[in-house]
Design a protein around this ligand. Sequence first.
Ligand code: NAD
Length: 484
Amino acid sequence: MDIQPTASHFIDGVYIEDTDGTPIDVIYPATGEIVGRVYSATPAIIERALVSAQNAQRAWAKTSGTERGRVLRRAADIMRERNHGLSVLETYDTGKPLSETLYVDATSAADALEYFGGLAGSLTGDHIPLSEGNWAYTKRDPLGVCVGIGAWNYPTQISCWKGAPALACGNAMIFKPSETTPLCALKVAEILLEAGLPAGLFNVVQGLGDVGASLVADARVAKVSLTGSVATGCKVYAAAAAGMKQVTMELGGKSPLLIFDDANLENAVSGAILANFYSTGQVCSNGTRVFVQKGIRDAFLMRLKERLSLAIIGDPLDETTTIGPMVSQRQLDIVLGYIKQGKAEGARLVVGGSRIAGSGYYIEPTVFADVTDSMTIAQEEIFGPVMAVLDFEHEDEVIGRANATAFGLSAGVFTADFSRAHRVIDALEAGTCFINSYNDAPVEMPFGGVKMSGVGRENAKDAITYYSQIKSVFVRMGDVEAPF
Ligand code: NAD
């Protein structure tokens, strides 16, 4: 792998190594082999990242939006030129097949850089006319030093979904990748520097939760954006609240996908496949509770089974492979545990259900039918290729059941009746929804959850709100009247 980063951390425009930190092995999930090693950031490394980010941010905030945008758009171009190498690295980091990484990782990261690069020059405040000729204006100021903390499923994309809007608004970012996938964000840092981003504005430090927690607790940090589990989100949100910091929380889900009798069967099956098996099911917005109306249920299951037999499970570096391994032994064990529980609680196994023998963390795509609302596999986020199919009869009934969860990231509906589609989506408690589709995430569309699935939105113009703050200025044109 000639694209390997050369050291653990990227601070102030250079790679830095500090072997005093705890070693973290980078394991290629397809073979279980160690393909790299990074070292967790020591307090000295964290301090260096904070000081350089703080210094660089002051100057960056004084540049024009157009200048900032130019750098981001240049970075997008470089990223696209290097898509193949970056995709191979993403595959080594995550195990996701090249048939995915070539199309959705560096490319979606580049989209974010390009989109926010384009927006940067048009970030303005308002002019507010008031009585007696007075007026007010607002300025959109950067927050300062932002911390991004990533999950392991989309390491390149997550670093840019956070980094691009942060930088566009005039902030600096310190990004801590997931300890499971530490490599990709380092390449993003290299590319940003090459595109002309001043040193210190996008630093990457490695480490486990404790490194993330130290960054969140530091008084020099103004904002924290986390992509991770609800459990981690609760801890990080609380720690950020102690310092009254702004947050974006992109957390987990157990999203419902509703398939009505009148849906186009082939599209509904495709949607359910995308909602459960893309990235080996390791997608936060997955529609893992697939509610299928009784009239279409048997046909749906039959066609799903046929379509799953076409999946090619294997070497992620072979471009014909469509399903790769789980990201880690730990995640594999978690998923196998849920499958065991599904069987024990009486769900009917329709497809898959077993680990695939050999090296690497492979598991069969799995479908359970006859799942009921109270089963563990219908309640908890599994984060693996396990679909739970639940039956339903009526629209009102299924909406109530779909909403009976603490999560609220996504929801989808397949139906030929467009008034029903909009009515149902309107009633579903979720932040990111799909009609006759599933899991599309264009940068132009806001992404995020409600309820326990998160706070704030990534992507689209809305993300600007979460990386900037409004300063209001009242301007009196006449004399000041006081009571005495
Ligand atoms: P995780 O919560 O275990 O870890 C996420 C990150 O938080 C890691 O970088 C970890 O080191 C860090 N962390 C852990 N404890 C911390 C602490 N106390 N303070 C600061 N940082 C800490 O999640 P994961 O296993 O890496 O990822 C899977 C989870 O992420 C799933 O729940 C999934 O749904 C969610 N996810 C959400 C989105 C989204 O956009 N909503 C996207 C991808 C993944």
